[in-house]
Design a protein around this ligand. Sequence first.
Ligand code: AGP
Length: 610
Amino acid sequence: MCGIVGFVGKKEATPILLEGLRRLEYRGYDSAGVAVYDPERGLQVVKTKGRIQVLADQVAARGGLRGQVGLGHTRWATHGAPSDVNSHPHVSENGRIAVVHNGIIENYAEIKEFLQSTGVHFASETDTEVVAQLLEYYYHGNILDAVTKVIHRIQGAYALGIVCADCPDRLIAARKDSPLILGFGEGFHVLASDVTAVIEHTREVCYLDDGEIAELTADHCWVYDAYLRPVEKERRHVDWEISAAEKGGYEHFMLKEIMEQPKAVRDTISPRIQDGRVVLDGVELTPEYLKNLDKIYIIACGSSYHVGMAAKYTLERMLRKPVEVALASEFRYCDPIVTPHTLALVISQSGETIDTLAGLREARRLGARVLSIVNVVGSTIARESDNVLYTWAGPEIAVATTKAYSTQLAVVDLIALYCAGQMGTVSRAEYDALLAALQAIPEQLETVLERREEIQYLASIYFNHPSVFFIGRNMDYAVGLEGSLKLKEISYLHSEAYAAGELKHGTISLIEPGTLVVAVAGCGHVFEKTMSNVVEVKSRGADVLGVTVDSRREAMGRTVDHVLTVPDTETALLPSLEVVPMQLFAYYVALMHGCDIDKPRNLAKSVTVE
Ligand code: AGP
């Protein structure tokens, strides 16, 4: 979603803002802009529909923008089409106040009507412009006073960056339900939607909390609550290497991140396995608590939800406790049955997905304990959870998640083993076998990645199929959901995933000669059942690409057109391996279609609006 970067210091702001925006490109955007305060010419704004390079060219065409305080923004359109005029920054009618915003002002229509009745003219169709105009309305010489009045008047989600020409040595920021961080440096301060935008300049950051306002100058940073009472903020050091946010020789971040999976999974599991046992420090899952657990409610969106779908099979089988998996956007409005004995397992790469965050808050409100699986350290979901288990995947830049998905699965497996150990629901022999299999996953991932040329070859055979169905049962179905999402999000091909046994209840009518079916059939106990469904689609003319384990290559090969295999492992761990051919297949198909793989159309990396 929208990206914000701001700079105030003793250097020229524009190059820092443009570079920060480039680093935020991965979040997804359709237009971009900067506002810089030039001591001689006042607030200068350049904004445009299109890529950062278009913006940079326009800035250069004006001979650059001079000034040491400024804001930058990448916009992902919500209110008003992508256009030059709807791009941020938005400026109050008299040009005094510039604003960038991430989020949605839900009551913007009512405020706009009110301001229009006082004679204010609006330039854009955006909800954000009401913030700039409302700030001007409330401004009587003190920008902080105006900001507090505005945040008490607007409803919805916002991360705001503000520059006022009357106090041009400072940036103002405010936040509610949309991420915003402050960065500290020698003689400068920065603000940004996430650390990737500022990591080049500083690793010392703090995270603004809901309702807080920040005031930044080159040398000082003040944080206040919504009533301008001072707030002490804890600074954190960010460990991520800048190289982790660069392509390192790969054509796309997505391929780089696919290839990083063995390391990411190893980094995630190794520190949590000691002396043959899973150790989850700081996680309060005691035998007593687990005994009284009535349900595990998994709350997530997109691929994180697909991890939840796989987790349901593993957790229910190993813990014999009911597991419900909810799309966060549904959970928050479905009046869920949650008690103080419910464990809410919240899964999110970014830790900022607005629906997932709202689901977390709803679960807590209803009394559940919240354990989250999060990749971004210090993100809102991590901070608001009772306990958090971080995935150590490092920064994930490609919109299509790969290594975060794999590390989330690994954490689920650790939780399942840990809880089973606490509850005594699996035998020691089964526990040891699963743990050994989990420890073997990074090496097995390397084996799967070594087979990528075969996957590339199959992608070259199948890339022109306009419609693709993924089928599978049990864990294989969960993997099919993720395979289908990967394919559609980056290659724009129509694709659906079905539980294999469900196909004949309607969807099989869509199968005709030339339809591609990807059949995932690693789970031994349902292999024959899935193969029966494969025969059904084959006999209706479908081309079938099978995915199974090495030991069933021959058995599957007798029925399907092509087979891809992964090393054999415990059923519970199959998704960790099976997903990789799906990721690579989607990647190579998208490549052959010439798609913008790291920044697919209409998508954002971190979905911070409903
Ligand atoms: C997956 O490739 C997508 N980018 C998307 O479905 C993503 O998983 C979803 O938006 C959830 O994001 P989160 O894990 O950051 O909460």
